[in-house]
Design a protein around this ligand. Structure first.
Ligand SMILES: [Zn+2]
Length: 312
């Protein structure tokens, strides 16, 4: 799975001489996959990226959900259960984003951390008991998850605590810069045109942070079918408000939004990364910048650039 950011342990790579490899092979080695580093398991690509940025190469990191995977609908496979059991630490989004996995994630006790817990209740959207889990849409909210990840890593691996703290500080600075950049770009769209129509309500935090009114065809989860009445209502809304373009999401089937765009006579403004990032190593250039779509920064930059360019 491509979410597996630090999958390789390069000792047996081409850089090691044949005799050294033989020597290593004959020594007592730790069990397969156990290289002495902390084994950290994560769920969504956003959480995986957050932990990777902070933990660097000090942990063995395994992300269970890859690009394009819808966490609301994700059904755990047997190897996920093994990973969660063997993990030294688990980080997940929480706020019920990982629908079917929530129970098993919560059941792992003190080694299991929901990054969503770092956001204060007053800042959460949605109605209890169903908070809106899409907190990564606002880079300033997502940055609130950094200290909790740093603390959990430092507690589990005190030897590298200073390393995690330093990298966590740098990540927080980068997220603050990203947040300011996003606000600046969003301001290029005239206020009346700042309407973001997408497949499901994944962009409420994004919209509040960057000044867009958000209209999702489906609610905060992708579970369930969309009825004719909702489609007609959305077509009417698009026509009434003179919306120029609407958007499909990378982790949700585009069919419904495409047919609504056709009925309303508007274009599809592009594909947004809602609940999963893009493919690592797939770069995009915009505004004189180049960014990796398989990173959190690339995800936010792509989403802002796509929305702003289609609506302004
Ligand atoms: Zn979602």
């Amino acid at each position: 799975m491509s979410g597996n950011i630090f999958s390789g342990f390069a000792v047996f790579g081409g850089l090691v001489s044949a005799s050294a490899a033989l020597l290593l092979a004959s020594c007592d080695r730790p069990p397969a996959g156990d290289d002495g580093r902390l084994y950290v398991v994560t769920t969504t690509t956003m959480v995986t990226d957050l932990v990777a940025e902070i933990a660097g190469d000090k942990v063995r990191l395994e992300g269970l959900m890859g690009p394009g995977v819808d966490p609301h609908l994700y059904e755990p496979v047997p190897s996920d259960g093994i990973a969660l059991r063997e993990a030294d630490l688990i980080f997940y989004n929480g706020l019920f984003l990982e629908g079917q996995m929530t129970k098993s994630l919560e059941a792992k006790g003190s080694k299991s951390h929901a990054v969503g817990d770092s956001v204060s209740e007053a800042q959460l959207k949605g109605e209890a008991p169903h908070p809106d889990p899409h907190i990564w849409g606002d880079a300033s909210l997502w940055a609130q998850a950094v200290p909790g990840v740093v603390d959990a890593l430092a507690a589990a691996d005190p030897e590298n605590a200073a390393y995690y703290r330093e990298r966590g500080g740098a990540v927080a600075v980068r997220m603050a810069e990203l947040h300011e950049w996003a606000k600046g770009r969003a301001a290029e769209v005239p206020e009346a045109a700042r309407i973001l129509v997408t497949s499901h309500d994944a962009f409420e935090y994004f919209g509040e942070a960057y000044g867009f009114k958000v209209v999702g065809l489906q609610g905060i989860s992708t579970v369930g079918e969309v009825g004719i009445a909702e489609r007609v209502k959305l077509v009417d809304f698009i026509e009434q408000h003179g919306v120029k373009a609407i958007f499909v999401e990378s982790s949700v089937s585009p069919a419904a939004i495409e047919s609504i765009a056709e009925d309303a006579g508007v274009g599809v403004g592009g594909e947004l990364f809602s609940d999963a990032m893009g493919q690592p190593g797939e770069f995009e250039s915009a505004g004189g910048e180049r960014y990796d779509l398989g990173t959190y920064t690339g995800m936010i930059k792509h989403n802002i650039n796509t929305v702003v360019d289609a609506l302004k």
